[in-house]
Design a protein around this ligand. Structure first.
Ligand code: MG
Length: 264
């Protein structure tokens, strides 16, 4: 078991881990300041493919975390783009069911999102602009056998006040129901994401810790891929969830504040 003092890189989930909606979780700013002071590398990883790295840089600054370069933000869209590039080529055609932000990221990366030729794949994201026109186009393509990819496996996206939004997996469920096709999900907890993180950071898996509040994404990506799983109880998962699950975080803290106390 990797000791906390031997961790060489932290991958931090954002919502539920360092902030909750618009509220900073106490200790989060201090934890990042501690990493900066000790020269410990860290990155932010979110499964949310509806927003761009620039949006997260802006949010971190707005919440007083300081100014970060976009290279510190990794999303499930990055992992999806790497997978598509390696599987279908640099200028693959994608029919994307995603936000304008996801489409512009795909376009800037050199993919063809014009829907003017038969796509190499359908990529479904957390599309807060989803509509019936996109659903029916995706159904046509999936029925014609076009490969089906999805940025992230989250069923819902939690909002403040206990509400949730239907996330990527819920949109996929509709398309699966209509076509009998199941997507290949990317993002956390899948091995493509762990491999992306190892490659991107240049740090071996056993020295990387994933800090997060969700069992089936944050904890599972670490446990399944030889990384260190550090759970925090400031977001979604509870001690009861952990007891009922086969996924066990290697370390568990009430919040990042207690993680910081353990590191000091
Ligand atoms: Mg979270």
């Amino acid at each position: 078991m990797t000791q906390l003092t031997d961790i060489g890189c932290y991958i931090l989930d954002m919502d539920g881990t360092i902030y909750l909606g618009e509220q900073v979780i106490p200790g989060a700013r201090e934890l990042l300041a501690h990493f900066d002071a000790t020269g410990t590398p860290y990155y932010f990883f979110t499964n949310n493919s509806s927003k761009s790295p620039e949006d997260y840089v802006e949010k971190l600054a707005r919440l007083g975390f300081g100014s970060y370069d976009i290279s510190r933000i990794i999303t499930s869209a990055h992992v999806s783009m790497q997978y598509i590039r390696r599987t279908y080529g640099e200028s693959a055609a994608i029919y994307a069911v995603g936000t304008p932000s996801l489409l512009s990221q795909l376009n800037e990366a050199g993919f063809d999102v014009s829907d003017s030729r038969t796509p190499d794949c359908v990529l479904v994201g957390f599309d807060t602009t989803y509509d019936f026109k996109k659903a029916s186009r995706a159904v046509d393509l999936l029925r014609a056998g076009v490969p089906f990819l999805a940025t992230n496996v989250d069923a819902v996206c939690p909002l403040e006040g206990g509400r949730v939004l239907p996330d990527c997996a819920s949109i996929c469920a509709m398309l699966t129901h209509a076509t009998g096709r199941r997507p290949k999900f990317l993002g956390k907890p899948f091995p493509e994401t762990a491999a992306y993180i190892v490659e991107y950071t240049g740090i071996p898996a056993e020295k990387i810790a994933v800090v997060g509040d969700r069992l089936y994404t944050d904890m599972r990506v670490a446990v399944d891929n030889g990384m260190v799983a550090i759970g925090v109880l400031s977001g979604e998962m509870t001690r009861a969830d952990i007891e009922a699950s086969e996924i066990r975080p290697h370390y568990l803290f009430d919040s990042v504040k207690e993680l910081l106390d353990a590191l000091r």
